[in-house]
Design a protein around this ligand. Structure first.
Ligand code: RBF
Length: 161
């Protein structure tokens, strides 16, 4: 996994429930892997820091962000997990593909959340430039993977409450 980026996101650990015994699925898009792998790495680190066991974290790769929908649905239906984190990064190009992929993926993950019995966490970066992605994957603006992990833990605790 990428090591060039470091997790600079800060959060108040006292507000995060203990993740011991929780099981997580990460669906990881390979497109723009320089960014998505850095997010996944930070997510795993954060889950473990908060008490999850690394063997309770399953990672499955999909080719691109659009496949996050199928991948997350597969996890929900087939993996023994308490929450799914979908991680992808779409960067604007010259054609309107950016809008379609972002819209379709967002819509698909939202619909999945409505029917899934476990929460699906939205970790899709939608950036105008590679710099914007870099800033959110361990750069100036922290690491969105960390934030996804904290959100996943909170949602699992919510489910159990
Ligand atoms: N997937 C991403 O995760 N990020 C991208 O920035 C991205 N750009 C794409 C640009 C074009 C023109 C196409 C056709 C696909 C792109 N994809 C991207 C891949 C997409 O999410 C999906 O894997 C493919 O469209 C196959 O369903």
């Amino acid at each position: 996994m990428a090591t060039a980026f470091h997790n600079l996101s800060s959060y108040d650990t006292s507000t995060v429930p203990n993740a011991m015994g929780m099981k997580f699925g990460i669906v990881l898009a390979d497109w723009n892997e320089r960014f998505t792998y850095a997010m996944a790495e930070a997510a795993v680190e954060t889950l473990v820091e908060n008490g999850a066991d690394e063997k309770d974290i399953v990672i499955k790769h999909v080719p691109g962000s659009f496949e996050l929908i199928y991948g997350a649905a597969w996890m929900v239906d087939n993996a023994d997990v308490d929450a799914v984190i979908a991680i992808g990064c779409v960067i604007r190009g010259d054609t309107p593909h950016f809008d379609y992929i972002c819209q379709g993926t967002t819509q698909g993950l939202a619909e999945l959340n409505l029917r899934a019995e476990v929460p699906v966490i939205y970790g899709l970066l939608t950036c105008n430039t590679p710099l914007q992605a870099e800033e959110r994957c361990g750069g100036r603006l922290g690491n969105k993977g960390t934030e996804c992990a904290v959100t996943a833990i909170k949602m699992v605790a919510y489910n159990g409450a």
